[in-house]
Design a protein around this ligand. Structure first.
Ligand SMILES: O=C(O)CCC(=O)C(=O)O
Length: 337
């Protein structure tokens, strides 16, 4: 029997394949770069621009000592740096976004139009309610800003409703533009880490500046639809994407959905950078894989224990989450620092 014709694009077919829950997840066509002994055909190692140690600008962040990067012929321009963020760096990034960045009222998110800003931040507020009984929590519900929504506890908002916040330039999802007014500050430490990562890429001939980031929060079951990121006036500056927590399947396609995308397993600590042709390519996250959060995030013990403030509240949250930092330059030109 032949295959029934379909009017679905190759991108859509790939998306559906990894979304479906009625069959075991088939990873046989998924590129997994966590342990590459022999380079599969079509995969090439990318020569990085690693400055001599003494020339490294001190950023205060650890990145892998000898990062490796790959590019696959089916996704030209997509540079994959597996395991480039050590556990400690991952923990610090998560803590900073959950405790600090989320607590700044100017960093808007998907909840902003619907629920009031929680002073001190949603994560800290949810931790504070941990000792409360369920009864006490129902007395403390957050009242929605729109009548059709229901009051919710800070814990429910954090765990079930928070999907993203924006750092730096605040993208306007209605007009699909970045407002011309001066943006709120982009966190300097995250900008330094991002620049350091982008600076090792071979194409880094121009200054690159982290000016905006979407911090995506996913639970297993959440997906991100295929899209291109074209609202930044600069369509050539690389887009840096950092994965933390549970693993996910990331689909990288071309400028049209008529070409089958490459499926990549992105794990905690991986970076993918969309450069060149990949910068304007369709991409999506059809699957976040349950139960794959590494132990150093999902538990309190291990590296950095006691020193980096990684307490049960963070471990408990990350056990079931994937956090993605999607960092971009907005302006056409940026000044040399
Ligand atoms: O979560 C990811 O890996 C990708 C996120 C993304 O594409 C976006 O925020 O535009």
């Amino acid at each position: 029997m032949g295959t029934a014709p379909t009017n679905k694009t190759p991108f859509r077919l790939a998306e559906l394949k990894y979304k479906r829950k009625d069959q075991p997840l088939d990873l046989s066509d998924v590129l997994d770069l966590s342990d590459v002994e022999k380079l599969p055909e079509g995969l090439r190692r990318v020569e990085l621009n690693l400055p001599r140690q003494e020339a490294v600008v001190e950023t205060g962040w650890d990145i892998a000592e000898n990062p490796v990067a790959y590019e696959y012929e089916r996704a030209p321009g997509l540079i994959i740096l597996p395991n480039v963020l050590p556990p400690r760096t991952q923990r610090t990034l998560i803590r900073k976004t959950l405790l600090r960045d989320i607590a700044k009222p100017y960093n808007k998110g998907n909840l902003t139009p619907f629920y009031p800003f929680i002073p001190g931040g949603l994560f800290a507020a949810a931790i504070a309610t941990q000792q409360q009984s369920e009864e006490e929590q129902t007395l403390d519900l957050v009242q929605p800003l729109q009548d059709h929504l229901k009051p919710m506890s800070v814990r429910e908002l954090l765990e079930k409703k928070l999907r993203w916040i924006t750092l730096g330039h605040q993208y306007d999802w209605t007009s699909k533009t970045y407002p011309p007014s001066p943006p709120p500050p982009f966190p300097t430490d995250i900008a330094l880490l991002s620049s350091r990562l982008v600076s090792v890429l071979p194409s880094s001939t121009h200054t690159w500046l982290a000016q905006t980031a979407i911090v995506n929060f996913y639970s297993p079951g959440d997906t991100l639809s295929p899209h291109t990121d074209h609202s930044e006036p600069n369509h050539t500056a690389p887009l840096l994407s950092l994965s933390l927590g549970c693993s996910a399947i990331f689909l990288m396609g071309r400028e049209t959905k008529d070409v089958a995308p490459l499926a990549i397993l992105v794990r905690s600590g991986d970076a993918v950078v969309m450069t060149g042709k990949a910068r304007m390519g369709f991409h999506a996250v059809p699957r976040v894989i349950e139960g794959t959060c590494p132990g150093y995030l999902g538990e309190v013990g291990g590296q950095g224990e006691g020193e980096d403030g990684w307490v049960e509240e963070f471990a408990g949250y990350m056990r079931g989450k994937r956090v993605n930092l999607n960092v971009r330059q907005v302006d056409l030109d940026v000044d040399e620092a």
